[in-house]
Ligand binder design. Structure first.
Ligand code: HEM
Length: 136
């Protein structure tokens, strides 16, 4: 995690860009209009700002998940509240989890632990269970 912490903002933005690359329909969920000067998503400062919040929250969940279940639970409550009314469902959380995992695999390369994928999927399944089920 030290490698990631060094450039949180850049990694956060890269992860969101990877998400949009793999699943373009998610671009429409976000509002990046705070930055009126940006020509592309890559240099959009509004995306940058949101990415920092998102990645810090991931970091907290991973940390609390390991050592403080009550805090983990509170953080999850807050996250589900933040996404209410945004059409974000458990299945979307699993998709983001997969994108994050593949990004981490790219960045960490051989430094990635063999245990990472299973631990990650478990975390994201726990988060996803707190989001609404997508309507059929
Ligand atoms: C573990 C999963 C997730 C975490 C930790 C997370 C975290 C966050 C945080 C912290 C914010 C507030 C950002 C800010 O105030 O700048 C946010 C906003 C948002 N998130 Fe998530 N998120 C997660 C999953 C998702 C998923 C699956 C989607 C669906 C595509 C999503 C879509 C959004 C949208 C649309 C916003 C509002 C952005 C805007 O104002 O334009 N999030 N998220």
């Amino acid at each position: 995690m030290a490698l990631i912490r060094k450039d949180l903002d850049v990694h956060g933005r890269n992860m969101l860009l990877l998400l949009f690359h793999k699943h373009p329909h998610y671009v429409g969920y976000f509002d990046f209009t705070d930055d009126t000067a940006a020509q592309t998503l890559v240099d959009n400062k509004s995306l940058f700002g949101q990415a920092i919040h998102v990645i810090k929250t991931f970091g907290s969940l991973i940390e609390y998940g390991l050592k403080d279940p009550a805090l983990f639970d509170e953080t999850l409550k807050k996250i589900t509240r933040l996404h209410e009314g945004r059409n974000v469902f458990g299945s979307d959380v699993l998709i983001i989890g997969d994108v994050l995992l593949s990004y981490l695999g790219q960045v960490l390369g051989t430094q990635a632990s063999d245990l990472l994928p299973a631990a990650f999927r478990k975390l994201f399944a726990t988060i996803a269970a707190r989001f609404p089920v997508a309507p059929q």
